[in-house]
Design a protein around this ligand. Sequence first.
Ligand SMILES: Cc1ncc(COP(=O)(O)O)c(C=O)c1O
Length: 460
Amino acid sequence: MNIHNPNSLDAIDKATLVHPYTDLHAHDDKGPHIIERAEGIRLYDSDGRAFIDGVAGLWCTALGFGEDRLVKVAAEAMKNLSFSHVFSHRSHPAAIELADRLTKLAPDSISRAFFVNSGSEAVDAAIQIVWNYNNALGRPEKKKIIGRDRGYHGVTVAAGSLTALPYKQDDFDLPVNDRFLRVTCPHHYRYAEAGESEVEFSARLAQEVEDLILAEGADKIAAFIGEPIMAAGGVMPPPEGYWVAVAEVCRRHDVLVICDEVVNGFGRTGNWWGSETVGIQPDMMTVAKQLSSAYLPIGATMMSEEIYSVIAKHSPKNGVFGIGMTYGGHPVCCAVALETLKIYEDRDILGHVQAMTPHFQKRLKALGEHPLVGQARGEGLIGAVELVADKETREQFPPAMKAAPTLYNHVAEHGVLCRPLPGDAMGICPPMIVTESEIDEIFDAIEKGLDSAHTALTAS
Ligand SMILES: Cc1ncc(COP(=O)(O)O)c(C=O)c1O
């Protein structure tokens, strides 16, 4: 690739493309890493280098790349009905069949699906539905939503108001108003008090939720939202008993529980749903990403029959239930998502995740011995290492040293792309079709990357 050629992809990218979640200033020098094609779980860049996709794209490419069944279904669906909407009583078979399959797969508490195009939209619609639900019930004050520090729920103005990470909120004037509250991140390694057990930490955090509800007034708090296992904020499985205790507090105060399953859903944590893994039944849940194995954009806001019946009864007041995106329930996306779910079942992807989990977790936990790693943690086929400058004190590297991006670069040298995350964590989340020998390739590369990153970080 000739980077001085103004017609090169590199030069055109720098001149025209605005990159999300990128240091735009550094991009002028650094330029793009251009991925040209992919197959199985491997990506190939414009310099002909191959990489294992160690974080499944953005936690989404469950079935890897080049899955013929999905390509075929997409082409057929596009030819048959390239577009039809589901507004104003209109419908089409793919949306109907997908809603049916998805609600059957969902926890027993969930019975309805509203289609959107992304995880952010799924969360945004969940927030609007919660507000609409409380208006319908004549509780106009019951609107506040509790999220957690380091929770990730997307980027729209409302979903971004719940994404409690500085890079999303600072200088974007979020949260947009006082309806979005925050409680402590349930990450025992970093936020527990000295000597506090996981169970004690969970009880303290559940009490914090209850105290907040009481301080604000239960008549003001509408919902609690969280990822069953936090992902983009640093991959943090909750401490023992956390979700059961928090859900119990919410029930007691008539606060809805929303599980954001955008990363956890469809087998990632070793069960179909993260909510199952943490032992609760949500009132609402949001899904996207692995719903279509990332072959096309689609998500859904899912809800209980109770919530649906309230908003349905209320909808004549304004003539319609007033949320809907042109492409929500797009027939081609629905057909691909439906086929994705069929593949998960035909190939027993859940059984495969469960079979691969012990080896993945064994190799992951072994990284905890490395001098650079404070904690190695995970659940199912998702995990992270948290980097520290000092294992004893758990002190982190100064932010300017960019420890996690440094590790990312060193691991990439060995042919695996992972993802640097907040809190100096690096996420590992391969496509769910990963084999045992590919898991070894991934962790062999991470071990080598840790060694050279350790040398680089401690030398400077
Ligand atoms: C838990 C969770 N919710 C919502 C989102 C937003 O999804 P999207 O990027 O598709 O808008 C993400 C994205 O990573 C996520 O991890």
